[in-house]
Design a binder for this molecule. Structure first.
Ligand SMILES: NC(=O)c1ccc[n+]([C@@H]2O[C@H](COP(=O)([O-])OP(=O)(O)OC[C@H]3O[C@@H](n4cnc5c(N)ncnc54)[C@H](O)[C@@H]3O)[C@@H](O)[C@H]2O)c1
Length: 254
């Protein structure tokens, strides 16, 4: 499929995980890519692999975000797709009773303030073009509670979801679609290592997934490509769950 032929896409957190899988998928579909990440080495490697341009950016810093979109526009002449995906979930973000202000603030800055900054600075390009698709990465934890808490992470993703809905509504008649991607747990190297060491911990989570497994990053990327493309031309302000059925489940199959 070449649904993104010659569209210019900026992907944050593109050096690994969901971001990298999406960069690969976007490249297959014909997009011209700007890959942004803090990790310069992995980011450059990723950009080389998909034939894109790497920009080192800390998405919680306004100057970096402004420069990132300006680079995309200067290089390619438009900014058609913004996948605002970079995020962190550090170990010191835990129960509300033990999470300190430092962890709270750090996670809010990287997960929520970054999405505010990216939307704020990409929308003017899209307004001038009269079109654009923004996909902000939230999470299934934005719509469900968890007893294994990461309090700032959950609150940040709730913020991403609400902000996305509002922007989707506000800019709908200007041809700009804004959707929140809510992935379920994804089988990343980190998660695999953690759960290989602790099968009980894995089982505690897997029992809630009707499909009985975690997502592959490519399955999340496929959903992002759909939202980015004209196939999703009537989809905006959506809470787009790609979660293996978790959010719909009460009792799961044995
Ligand atoms: N993996 C999951 O199970 C899962 C589930 C739901 C939602 N998500 C969300 O999906 C997104 C991607 O997650 P992932 O699992 O691919 O993570 P990942 O850790 O594999 O990749 C995240 C990338 O973001 C980059 N990054 C971190 N802070 C940054 C900053 N300040 N500026 C620029 N880049 C920065 C990292 O260097 C990394 O390359 C995140 O927003 C995450 O919260 C992940």
């Amino acid at each position: 499929m070449q649904r993104l032929q010659d569209r210019v896409a900026v992907i944050t957190g593109a050096a690994g995980g969901i971001g990298l899988a999406t960069a690969r998928r976007f490249a297959e579909e014909g997009a011209r890519l700007v890959l942004a990440d803090l990790d310069e080495e992995a980011g450059r490697r990723a950009a080389e692999e998909v034939g894109g341009l790497f920009v080192r950016a800390d998405v919680s810093q306004e100057d970096d975000v402004v420069r990132m979109f300006a680079t995309a526009f200067d290089e390619f002449g438009s900014v058609d797709i913004a996948f605002n995906n970079a995020g962190i979930s550090p170990a010191d973000d835990d129960s509300i009773l033990t999470t300190g202000m430092d962890a709270w603030r750090r996670v809010q800055e990287v997960n929520l303030t970054s999405v505010y900054l990216c939307c704020k600075h990409v929308i003017p390009y899209m307004q001038r073009q009269g079109k654009g698709s923004i996909i902000n990465t939230a999470s299934f934890v934005a719509v469900m509670g968890s007893a294994t808490s990461q309090i700032s992470y959950t609150a940040s993703k709730g913020g991403v979801l609400a902000m996305t809905r509002e922007l989707g509504v506000q800019f709908a008649r200007e041809g700009i679609r804004v959707n929140a991607l809510c992935p379920g747990p994804v089988d990343t190297p980190l998660l695999r290592e953690l759960f290989a060491k602790d099968p009980e911990r894995a089982q505690r989570r897997l029992v809630h997934v009707p499909l009985g497994r975690f997502a592959r990053a490519e399955e999340i990327a496929a959903a992002v490509a759909f939202l980015a493309s004209d196939d999703a031309s009537f989809v905006t302000a959506a809470e787009f769950l790609v979660d293996g059925g978790i959010s719909g489940a009460y009792v799961t199959p044995l």
